[in-house]
Design a protein around this ligand. Structure first.
Ligand code: ADP
Length: 379
């Protein structure tokens, strides 16, 4: 019989959190218990960071108890500390800073953001469909072609497309308890939320679940030593994106936009969002900039031209380059054979390689990955 959320809560009520015998559901620390149609269960336990050591055995007990329940095919349990356990708004999603008020400054770094990973860089866009995932994949491959050790984390909960772009399917292997092996594609380590859960499940997640899933994909995947981990962010600048930008120890962010005015307004929002959480903008990329007719070679500026470059200048952020609207880019991406991997010396790959070189140069001057700032709740 299919497992339900109530079944999970019943099992979790056998787990106590203190000497007085308070059960996990009664403690008010359970957040977002989600069961997907395939029997996978996800939940978070809210803690104050100082309680992490005490709660890790409790988390394991809770996870073990749920895993041992008939009908459960997997468990995704995490400790989250986006808010103190005594906060009155317990159970609510984390709130972004109030509009117009600056975000709280990040606290001092307390240690390496992610052991072995030099830089984590977000590829973001103000809206969907501008080619963010295609750009993230090809940039990751172009960085790898530069001789760097590269990972790609697909955190686009609204439409994880990296498995398709890399032609990868199946589930990542569990190496040991709470450690997954990343998948590999074209010499790059790849992890996608699409390998782990059904797309529909991710769509209904709220802030805390999204954040803990991303944290797990960062910390519970054997990334090994990487020069750069490219993160394909969910499009847009809503609460989920802001939460992720806050929770991920990013060295910087790249914004992908098309030259259209409307897309540029969204790109501007993206820049503002990252600035709010003190993440440096490494640059803006104009995608689908020019259409070169494959038959006659004539260049047309279908969405206008140069808008992103001008916008970058206005916002005082670097402009990384223009990627043409090109049939080969689309066809190769949709076939799971990204253009930089299959035609590394071709004209399209060269565009991505030039952008990757600039990005890496900008990054080398950026501070090493910051520790994730804690989210501050304003009453
Ligand atoms: P997003 O991640 O912003 O939603 P995608 O990367 O999924 O966008 O791209 C949307 C569509 O546009 C895909 O079919 C992709 O192949 C295509 N596309 C992206 N960039 C280009 C480009 N420079 N030239 C042609 N097609 C592109």
């Amino acid at each position: 019989m299919a497992i339900t959320r109530d079944d999970v809560l019943k099992v979790l009520s056998t787990v106590t959190v203190d000497a007085a015998g308070t059960t996990l559901p009664a403690s008010g620390r359970l957040s977002q218990v989600v069961v997907d149609p395939t029997g996978r269960v996800m939940f978070s336990i809210l803690i104050d960071p100082s309680e992490a050591e005490r709660f890790e055995p409790i988390r394991r007990r809770a996870e073990g108890a749920v895993l041992a329940t008939a009908g459960v095919s997997g468990v995704f349990a995490s400790l989250t500390s986006e808010r103190g356990p005594n906060h009155p708004a317990q159970g609510a999603a984390p709130q972004p800073p109030a509009p117009g008020r600056p975000a709280a400054p990040p606290p001092p770094r307390t240690g390496p953001a992610l052991p072995g990973v030099r830089h984590i860089v977000a590829v973001a866009s103000g809206k969907g469909g501008v080619g963010k995932s295609t750009t993230a994949c090809n940039l990751a491959l172009a960085l790898s072609a530069q001789g760097l050790k590269v990972g790609l984390l697909d955190a686009d909960i609204y439409g994880p497309s990296v498995p398709k772009l890399f032609g990868l399917s199946g589930k990542p292997k569990v190496i040991e308890e709470r450690l997954l092996a990343p998948m590999e594609g074209y010499g790059i380590k790849v992890m996608s939320i699409g390998f782990l859960i059904e797309a529909e499940t991710a769509m209904i997640w709220r802030g805390p679940m999204v954040q803990s899933a991303i944290t797990q994909m960062l910390r519970e995947v054997a990334w090994g030593d990487l020069d750069i981990l490219v993160v394909d962010m969910p499009p847009g600048t809503g609460d989920a994106q802001l939460t992720m930008a806050q929770a991920t120890p990013l060295s910087g962010a790249v914004i992908v936009s098309t030259p259209q005015d409307l897309a540029l307004i969204d790109a501007r929002r993206g820049v503002t969002m990252f600035r709010k959480v003190s993440v440096p903008i490494l640059g803006v990329i104009e995608n689908m900039a020019t259409f070169v007719c494959p038959n006659c070679g004539h260049a047309s500026h279908i969405f206008g031209h140069g808008g992103a470059r001008d916008e970058a200048a206005r916002l005082e952020v670097p402009f990384l380059g223009e990627i043409p609207l090109n049939m080969t880019i689309r066809e190769s991406s949709d076939a799971g054979r990204p253009v930089v991997a299959v035609d590394p010396d071709g004209p399209q790959a060269r565009v991505y390689r030039d952008i990757a070189a600039k990005l890496w140069a900008n990054l080398s001057g950026a501070p090493v990955a910051r520790a994730a700032p804690r989210i501050v709740f304003e009453s």
